[in-house]
Design a protein around this ligand. Structure first.
Ligand SMILES: *Cc1c(COP(=O)(O)O)cnc(C)c1O
Length: 459
């Protein structure tokens, strides 16, 4: 087969700012070994997140100019609404400024003390909004999702045996919602199979529990179903997406992911009464129902992006580019999560830096090393992000110590990705020289955003 090429030409470019290893060393020190504190113009290849970092198309930019900024009843809203209705089959569409705003509205209404929200894996903002309402979030990831090095086609699936058990334990009256995250972001961008969604739906119906989809990466997940699940090879991505949404009573979405937009989100659903409650809250926190938290131009960009993202040439290139980097790293012996996920490559830093104990944050040490070596910005998903302390102040580590390299959509070319692989492999060869880190200052919640660290001097 021929090389899978980027399915676009470049019309407008942004410069990359180059700097030297010595300069980056000083920048990192000044940023207290925390990539969130580095300025983006001091980064060569920015893989911190795929959220809001997509390149928009010429059509989307044209749509921006077509945006109608009327307070009420803008045609931009009706184009947006129609697009979401067509893709999801859900009639009631509520625009929000981003995914977490949809979550805040939804869980303010259906959450609350004594309630349980069940999921394959809740994304961190979803969990935060559930917990903020007083409810409890329960992750029921399938067994094969728990082992980074062992490949399986649908490692994002929900454990349906555990689902039935938890429903029996907690009582369906205390479970206002089940929500499946596609792809499973916190679980490594791994997809969920149609069969799994169908089975979850069956269990939900039997117990009278509504099912929602956290649809941030619905197109990437649909493409994985097409290429990996029996019976879907000849179906189009919009057909697969439509089937996926047909099992759900509603969905939450961040348009910063699979809509190629820099901001935006929505809620969509079938239930009129729930939509009424959502719109009542929307007016207080986001805006009038025909713009939510967005400008008319954003609604245009999202509507166009939602259709572009289902293009199979794009999705083939997208999934292939993640796989390309993953395979290069595997070939060099670098420990990564397998198989490749939909939007990011995950390095197992506990393996990569096996000489650094978890209480010296091997993930953050690797993030730091990649920045100094090649100006690559990545993020730790391990004990800095999720670690807690016991009563004696000893670290209770996270289950895994991962470093995530999230690939922005349509932004970097193959040579950028080749460069990233070279830098990682170079760092891997000289890993013995990398030292662990210790925290010198931290906030009580979400500490990874602002924590200040220092290298260990004797380890
Ligand atoms: C990004 C994300 C969200 C939250 O969306 P924001 O637009 O960042 O608020 C929710 N769920 C998943 C799976 C995500 O990736």
């Amino acid at each position: 087969m021929n090389t899978i090429i980027e399915p676009f030409r470049i019309k407008s470019i942004e410069p990359i700012y180059f700097n030297t290893k010595e300069e980056r060393h000083a920048i990192l020190e000044k940023a207290f070994y925390n990539p969130f504190l580095i300025h983006s113009n001091e980064v060569l290849i920015d893989l911190l997140t795929d959220s809001g970092t997509s390149a928009m198309s010429a059509s989307q930019w044209a749509g921006i100019m077509m945006g109608d900024e009327s307070y009420a009843g803008s045609p931009s809203f009706f184009r947006f609404e129609k697009t979401v209705q067509q893709i999801t089959g859900m009639p009631l569409v509520i625009p929000t400024h981003q995914g977490r705003a949809s979550e805040k509205i939804l869980f303010s209404i259906i959450g609350g003390k004594g309630k349980y929200i069940l999921s394959n894996t809740l994304f961190d903002t979803t969990r935060a909004n559930i917990e903020y309402s007083g409810a409890e979030g329960v992750d029921l990831l399938c067994e094969e999702g728990k082992y980074p090095a062992i490949p399986a086609p649908f490692k994002g699936n929900m454990d349906t045996v555990a689902l039935e058990r938890v429903i029996a334990e907690k009582g369906s009256a205390n479970i206002p919602l089940c929500i499946i995250t596609v792809t499973n972001n916190s679980g490594g961008g791994q997809p969920v199979s149609m069969q799994n969604i169908r089975e979850v739906k069956r269990i939900c119906v039997a117990n009278n529990i509504p099912l929602f989809i956290d649809a941030c990466r619905f197109a990437e997940n649909s493409y994985f179903i097409k290429i990996r699940e029996e019976g879907y090879a000849d179906k189009s991505v919009p057909e697969i997406a439509r089937e996926l949404f047909s099992y759900a009573d509603g969905c939450t979405m961040s348009a910063k992911k699979d809509a190629f937009a820099n901001i935006g989100g929505f809620l969509a659903m079938h239930n009129e009464l729930l939509a009424l409650h959502c719109r009542n809250l929307l007016v207080i926190t986001e805006g009038f129902p025909t713009y939510g938290g967005l400008a008319g131009r954003d609604l245009e960009a999202i509507a166009i992006g939602l259709n572009e993202v289902m293009d199979e040439h794009y999705l083939q290139y997208r999934i292939r580019s993640i796989e390309y980097l993953t395979n290069k790293l595997i070939a060099a012996g670098v420990p990564v999560m397998q198989p490749a996920g939909g939007h990011a490559v995950y390095i197992d830093s506990k393996e990569f830096l096996s000489h650094i104990p978890v209480d010296q944050y091997p993930g953050q040490a690797l993030v730091s090393a990649l920045y100094v070596a090649g100006g690559i910005r990545s993020v730790e998903i391990g004990s800095l992000m999720f670690g807690k302390y016991d009563a004696k102040g000893k670290l209770i580590p996270a289950q895994m110590e991962l470093v995530r390299l999230a690939i922005p959509r349509r932004v970097y070319t193959q040579s950028h990705i080749d460069y990233v692989a070279e830098v990682i492999i170079e760092v891997f060869k000289e890993k013995a020289a990398i030292k662990g880190l210790r925290i010198v200052e931290e906030a009580p919640v979400l500490r990874h955003f602002t924590a200040r660290l220092q290298p260990m001097t004797n380890g």
